[in-house]
Design a protein around this ligand. Structure first.
Ligand code: ARG
Length: 623
């Protein structure tokens, strides 16, 4: 049985490193941040209320001797699927039946009898083998919705403690232009960052770009031969190809490239100049994509591999001092018992290659130390391809063992699957090359243009273009974000650009409908009086869904899974459509009813807008 008492216990890392062992070598990278994240009151949802009621009932049953002492179960409360049997359900009686030595239904009866009265709950009853179903008070629900309407955060609070959270996202290797493989890390990471920020976390975005390594010698050599400006270098891909061609065909050029790498690593000023120039051009390419994608990343968030160069020697020395480095075939490695190959032999984490070069893992170790020791993050989330899972397990384990995690910091690899083509095979151009992200996004806009033109043949081209931009980009992002990040998915323009189903166009349309109500009313919501009264069943269902926004966002924050929010918004939009079509708003029967429905519409509109914004999607007032 789980021993969690509170549903939102803040997990501390298994081991907290010794404070003094790892020095703050990395602190020259970034100003030290010492202020604690600002505090906000915690969210109390209907589920929390019910959990507390159950907890009180259990305590009473322990006092009465019905239940043994020392039980501290994690009390689970779920949203009921069939509203005729209640709004929430708990399996607590079934979980405790065995230790209590009772039949689940008998225990359920005792728990129900011991439940304290609460204004939010009208009744509780036994269902099936021993579930307890709870019926919420619709007036209490309506009050919650009013409170959400009156709050700029829609009544949403973080369930757990407010934290300082590092989000490792995007992180392309700068030698080439961003391609489709970079989409997922960029937008999933951005979505989760936005949600955490909304919940009050202090989010620090870290764009760990690959800006170091031997391939840069080739690019620098080419830049030296062909002094070009960023405007001229519009196509990085061609630049890379041309440099590679020179490298392959000319021994002289190859020597020049190799020599530049050596000089660069030695800190030669001219080489650093060329490298910086290349990096700037390359990053400005990324920046354009981020803007196109409506992703909140700026140059200030770039903390590339090269930023850790000077600290790598310290990583090595500290590992050595900790007695963790072992030489194997000339390389310096760490072996951990928990990582073995198929034959049961320990797997090495290579820290320094036989030729003296450092590795990807070495840099990530320095980054862990910086994020914990200097940034003082409580949590670090890595949005990186699932195929790097072993790498992160190893890095996290080595970092903990070496005491690099000086400030208690949770580290989680938020892995994601591959984006395939519509045929389910890896996404490629016709001739088998990688697809540039910018090309994909332009095609999305073109296709969206045709779609909106079909729907609005009379709109001027300029207006259509503006709409198409939003619809096209939103569709690409939403199609990705709405899948569980851990699974692979097939990229399919036809499916994502559809007004039916769980798509961006469907949600955008639902939003314009809600916004359209106030246009037709010709009044601003601030002029709407009255209060929410949940009469019709569709109103109650919509109201119940609206009240779940907070727990959904907390789920995204905890698990790093924006698809939960997508599913929620889709359900919300569907319920709103039913409400809109079946419960007359502007032609309501009484002024009170009209006001109540306008208020529900406004809360839906704001929730949809906020939810879409947290996914990094733009909305349209009309389409
Ligand atoms: N540049 C790497 C790649 O393209 C991703 C870096 C992810 N972040 C990290 N801290 N390792 O695979």
């Amino acid at each position: 049985m789980a021993v969690e008492l509170s549903p939102h216990i803040h997990k501390l890392p298994a081991k907290v490193g010794k404070p003094d062992f790892a020095t703050d070598n990395a602190q020259f990278f970034h100003p030290r941040i010492d202020a604690p994240p600002r505090l906000r009151s915690k969210e109390k949802t209907m589920k929390d209320t019910i959990r507390q009621l159950i907890q009180q009932a259990l305590t009473q049953l322990v006092n009465e001797g019905v239940l043994p002492e020392g039980l501290s179960p994690a009390i689970q409360v779920e949203n009921a699927r069939d509203k005729t049997h209640g709004d929430f359900a708990s399996n607590i009686a079934m979980m405790l039946a065995k230790p209590a030595g009772m039949k689940p239904r008998d225990l359920a009866e005792k728990i129900i009898a011991a439940l304290p009265a609460d204004e939010n709950v009208t009744k509780a009853e036994i269902a099936g083998p021993g579930f307890i179903n709870f019926f919420q008070n619709t007036q209490a629900l309506a009050n919650r919705l009013e409170a959400a309407l009156a709050d700029e955060h829609l009544g949403v609070r973080k369930a757990g403690p407010v934290q300082r959270t590092v989000i490792d996202l995007s992180a392309p290797n700068l030698a080439k232009e961003m391609h489709v493989g970079h989409l997922r890390s960029t937008i999933i990471g951005d979505g989760v960052a936005r949600v955490l920020e909304f919940l009050g976390d202090e989010v620090i975005r870290q764009n760990h770009v690959g800006d170091w390594g031997t391939q840069f010698g080739m690019l620098m050599a080419y830049l030296q031969e062909n002094p070009i400006t960023s405007d001229e270098l519009s196509d990085l891909e061609n630049f890379y190809r041309a440099a590679k061609q020179r490298f392959d065909e000319s021994e002289e050029f190859a020597d020049l490239a190799r020599g530049l790498v050596v000089k660069l690593q030695a800190g030669d000023a001219e080489c650093l100049g060329l490298w910086t120039k290349f990096k700037d051009i390359s990053l400005s390419h990324c920046q354009k994509i981020y803007e196109l994608l409506n992703v909140k990343l700026t140059m200030a968030d770039v903390m590339g591999e090269s930023a850790y160069n000077d600290d790598l020697i310290n990583v090595v020395n500290d590992l050595k001092a900790a007695g963790m480095l072992v030489e194997s075939n000339g390389a310096q490695c760490v072996f951990l018992d928990e990582f073995k190959n198929a034959d049961g032999d320990p797997l090495p984490v290579i820290i320094v290659k036989a030729d003296g070069g450092y590795l990807y893992a070495t840099t990530d170790l320095a980054a862990v130390r910086y994020r914990s020791g200097t940034l003082k993050a409580d949590r670090a989330l890595y949005f990186v391809d699932q195929r790097q899972a072993l790498h992160f397990q190893q890095v996290f384990a080595v970092a903990r063992k070496a005491g690099f995690v000086t400030h208690p910091m949770e580290m989680e690899h938020m892995g994601f699957g591959t984006m395939n083509g519509a045929d389910g095979r890896p996404f490629k151009t016709r001739d088998g090359g990688t697809v540039k992200l910018v090309d994909l996004l332009i095609e999305a806009e073109d296709r969206a243009f045709k779609l909106v033109q079909e729907k609005n043949p009379d709109l001027p081209v300029e207006a259509l273009k503006e709409i198409a931009k939003v619809v096209g980009i939103d569709s690409v992002k939403y199609a990705d974000l709405s899948k569980h990040r851990a699974s692979d998915y097939s990229f399919n323009f036809d499916l994502m650009l559809n007004f039916e189903g769980n798509t961006a166009p469907y949600l955008l349309y639902a939003y314009t409908r809600a916004a359209g109500v106030f246009r037709k009313l010709e009044k601003d919501f601030s002029e709407v009086q009255g209060q929410i009264v949940l009469e019709a069943e569709l109103e109650q269902e919509l109201g119940t869904k609206l009240a779940q926004f907070g727990e959904v966002l907390n789920g995204v924050a905890e698990k790093g899974t924006p698809h939960i929010l997508c599913t929620y918004l889709y359900d919300l939009a569907s319920l709103f459509s039913s409400f809109y079509e079946n419960c007359p708003i502007l032609k309501a029967e009484t002024p009170d009813q009209m006001q109540s429905r306008l208020r529900l519409t406004e809360l839906t509109r704001r929730t949809l807008k906020q939810g879409l914004e947290l996914l990094g999607l733009k909305v349209l007032e009309q389409m």
